[in-house]
Design a protein around this ligand. Structure first.
Ligand code: 2P0
Length: 350
């Protein structure tokens, strides 16, 4: 079902469209995971999720109107994008054009600094930046909540990258009209004052993933006997996570995040056929996290749709954690991230 409603006022095209706009957004790492959609077209998840937006690996996207063009042109790091990736960007632009009532095609130029397709959430920063830049270029006057809903339609996790720091993405109402459910699913910031966290990102493999997360999610929901129990326990995890953030209790945040991520991977391992993103190198890094904890350094692991490991720790311990992780896997690159900013417009040309 198409959602043709307008979520916020749309300015007249004469007054507010610009020739081009550029936006920057950062990836986010979920501490309570999003895994599984109840509506693929509207990108509505089964569960709430909660993430930290990073201060590294920004994506910068420029959207320029191309009045004479018959097709959209999409490039990533200067190279034309084809196939499924292009189809998703064009479908997103169609949604924006439909809401704006403006048929013009666009040139979309994206510069990514995160290894694409490595389970490091490049689609989150990518569609958050695209949502902000495209909304501006096509003259949609959207507040942050509406931008979060719009970014969600490109990629679920992008709804969270609209915001800096910690963000909670509401699964939204499960009943009602498509309009009701669409409006009820968006991200919002979560206060976490007093916490001074870092995520140490161990990239053990920067290559593209074997199974796209979209397909892996679908297979998990449809075939894994562990999916429903995990989704139910994730509700409790979110309650625990919010309480731990409120208390600025890093150990509690880490414990909940680690069990939520391991549970998500358990759902995939039980899917038919199994989806296994965790590699031998992943387990080696997980062992080093256990050793750190045993030796008295609070460090907790989370993994996404890939073999790379993100280790939550105190900012003050980040260098030591990075050092411990770096030595464990040959060729592993390690990055330290803190909480980063929300998506924003860089300029408006025209
Ligand atoms: C997350 N992941 O919460 C989870 C944990 C991966 C594992 O969001 O189909 O690229 O575009 O909505 O957002 C990856 O999924 O999926 C993801 P779509 P997305 O960060």
């Amino acid at each position: 079902m198409r959602s043709e409603h307008r979520t916020t006022p749309v300015r007249s095209r004469e007054r507010s469209t610009v020739t081009s706009a550029t936006a920057v957004a950062h990836p986010n790492i979920a501490l309570i995971k999003y895994w599984g959609k109840r509506d693929e077209h509207l990108v509505l998840p089964w569960t709430d999720s909660l993430s930290m937006t990073l201060d590294i690996f920004p994506t910068t996207t420029r959207v320029r109107l191309a009045p004479e063009a018959e097709h959209d042109e999409v490039t990533l790091d200067g190279v034309p994008v084809a196939g499924e990736a292009r189809r998703r960007v064009v479908a997103f632009l169609e949604l924006v054009r439909e809401r704006a009532g403006l048929p013009q095609r666009a040139v979309v130029e994206t510069e990514n600094t995160v290894p694409t397709g490595a389970g490091l959430a490049s689609s989150a920063s990518g569609f958050a930046a695209l949502a902000v830049a495209a909304a501006s270029t096509y003259g949609l006057d959207l507040d942050a909540t509406a931008l979060s809903r719009l970014a969600r339609r490109g990629s679920g996790s992008a709804s969270r990258s609209i915001f800096g720091g910690f963000a909670l993405w509401h699964a939204g109402r499960h009943t009602g009209t498509a309009t009701d459910t669409d409006l009820s699913s968006y991200a919002e910031p979560v206060p976490a004052g007093g916490l001074d966290p870092a995520l140490v990102i161990a990239v053990v493999d920067a290559g593209p993933k074997a199974v796209p997360s979209r397909e892996a999610m679908r297979r998990t929901v449809e075939t894994s006997p562990l999916y429903r129990p995990w989704a139910a326990s994730s509700k409790d995890d979110l309650v625990g996570m919010r309480e731990a953030l409120r208390r600025a209790d890093l150990d509690a945040v880490g414990e909940v995040a680690e069990r939520n991520a391991l549970g998500m991977h358990a759902t995939m391992l039980a899917a038919r056929p199994a989806v296994r993103y965790l590699s031998a190198a992943t387990l080696t890094v997980l062992d080093s996290v256990l050793r750190l904890r045993r030796d008295g350094t609070p460090a907790y692991a989370t993994m996404d749709a890939g073999p790379n490991v993100k280790v939550l720790c105190r900012r003050a311990d980040a260098e030591r954690v990075a050092e411990a992780v770096r030595g464990t896997v040959p060729g592993c690159s390690v990055h330290i991230a803190g909480p980063g900013p929300g998506a924003r417009l860089l300029n408006e040309g025209g």
